[in-house]
Design a protein around this ligand. Structure first.
Ligand SMILES: [Zn+2]
Length: 122
């Protein structure tokens, strides 16, 4: 029986893909948990400190936030890819419904968009 998945299933070991995605998901969760802990020295800020100290702290905090939101974006893609594995649409583009090239999935198993749609979404 022909199905849109047959090409993807033939080229990829979906069980291995799922294991890989779950491992990445767990690693990201750990890093996000570490980042979301309140800063230990935060309570001291704003009183009796030179401006330079607070600025450095603020910049490092901003970097943490930027890293955190990019980790969250990665995690959202992984969660979506796992949902697609579960509902049988893994390997099909969320944008156009076309097949995502197998080499792209092998390089980045969390891909939920084909190359064309990913470029347009940027
Ligand atoms: Zn597409």
């Amino acid at each position: 029986m022909a199905s849109p998945r047959s090409g993807v299933g033939a080229a990829l070991d979906l069980d291995a893909v799922e294991r890989e995605l779950r491992a990445r998901d767990a690693a990201l969760r750990e890093r996000l948990t570490a980042l979301s802990r309140p800063p230990e020295r935060g309570a001291e800020l704003g009183f009796g400190k030179r401006i330079g100290d607070g600025t450095t702290e603020a910049v490092s905090r901003l970097n943490d936030v930027a890293v955190g939101s990019s980790l969250e974006a990665s995690q959202a893609r992984i969660t979506r890819a796992l949902a697609k594995l579960a509902d049988g649409s893994y390997g099909l583009c969320d944008g156009c419904g076309g097949a995502i090239a197998a080499p792209r999935l092998q390089a980045a198993p969390e891909s939920v968009l084909c190359i064309e749609c990913a470029r347009l979404a940027r």
